[in-house]
Design a protein around this ligand. Sequence first.
Ligand code: SF4
Ligand code: SF4
Length: 449
Amino acid sequence: MTKKQPINSSKMLPVELDEGKNLSINPTKEFIVAESNQCVSCGLCLPHCPTYRLLKSEADSPRGRIALMQGVMRDKIPLNARFVMHMDRCLSCRACEAACPNHVAFGNLMDSTRAVIAQQSDDALQIKETGSMFMLKQWLITHPVRIERLRRLFYWLQRIGFLKWLGKSELLKKNAIWNLVVQLPVVEFPVSKMTENSYKVGDRWLEVYPARGQERGAVGLFLGCIARLTDVTTLNASIFILNQLGYVVHVPSRQTCCGAIHQHAGDRDCAMALARQNRSVFAELGVEVVLSAASGCGVQLVEENNADCYRVMDISQFLLTAQGWEDIELKSLEKKVLIHDPCSLRHVLNGHGFVYELMAHIPGIQIIPLPDNDQCCGAAGMYFINQPEIAQQLLDAKISAVQEKRGAYLLTSNIGCAMHLATGLRNRGIDLEVLHPVTLLARQMGLEL
Ligand code: SF4
Ligand code: SF4
């Protein structure tokens, strides 16, 4: 075991969004015209846009999409199926927003435009949604407790190999929910009791996990929705590390989905209702910080957080600035570790640097950023289901980069990216573990995960 170097909190960079930007989406033609007027058509965003790079079409570039939005909202061109297609092809990765010298709020524009499309009475123009996708969004994701109830069922279906066997069915492969189910990582259970370097599990998370040793503060932990089934290891690792550092971790059972999937699909009302519930639940805790271990959810929580009483942070940023490291020892890891930057962490939260800084504290580690890390992997919420061809091309490029760099692990801070990348690796026959950075950190702290 090697004594860990103290983490230097003075290096902390705050996660800040452009001050003065109206972050609330506004599905009115006036707002979309006014915001799109900020675009001066310079084209500096084009080389950063994954769909423009792939499709080589102006209509699938940020500048082209903004021009189309302007045309439609000014009633100069019709809101037709072709317009919807170019909007649907956008990943909402916001690489264009990060590159724009004029600070055009592209994510906001796109969500507002999708909400306008969703309001259309003409069924032919609306986002096509299969029955199973509707069920996934409205019945399951908005009620994460139902996801928790399915955990034991999926656990046993995985254990007896039933899901793998069903996964071979060509008929089921066309089903949106089924596509998610076959990608499920091994189902794990929430921690119910922590010991020094192991834990016991139960069917649900506890409301509060007490700090070990000297208490240094209290935080809230956001669970997400699908992550309760797919990313339990990351959430358990987060609780372990925070407790070891001396932080009480509150995991309120009334928290719900962040609403990002609904917002990107144009369902603003549902996204706002979910945000309101999360705000009220976390505000009641009296904690100053709420942590997210999935950067896709983190963006939504940050942008929807108008509560003055707490701040939302990505777990890596918090850990980098947390106290208590002087009492922690990290095992050495003499291996090459690849890091994929999720778009949400890199382009919106500007927080990808925290991951590299945090991982650099593991003695012996060799950190390799994936080439083209500013490009989306194609997961993008439900994009990999709705636009499978583009998503697959983006994924292929990532897997080729992984093959070229040859690491012992692939780290990413967003569960959507992790599942998508793991599927790509599996399909190419590459045996490489995809982990959240905190899971690797917890292992190096001695937790048996
Ligand atoms: S959000 Fe991403 S895919 Fe959409 S226009 Fe911007 S860079 Fe392109
Ligand atoms: S960089 Fe900004 S201003 Fe320039 S074309 Fe892109 S969105 Fe418009």
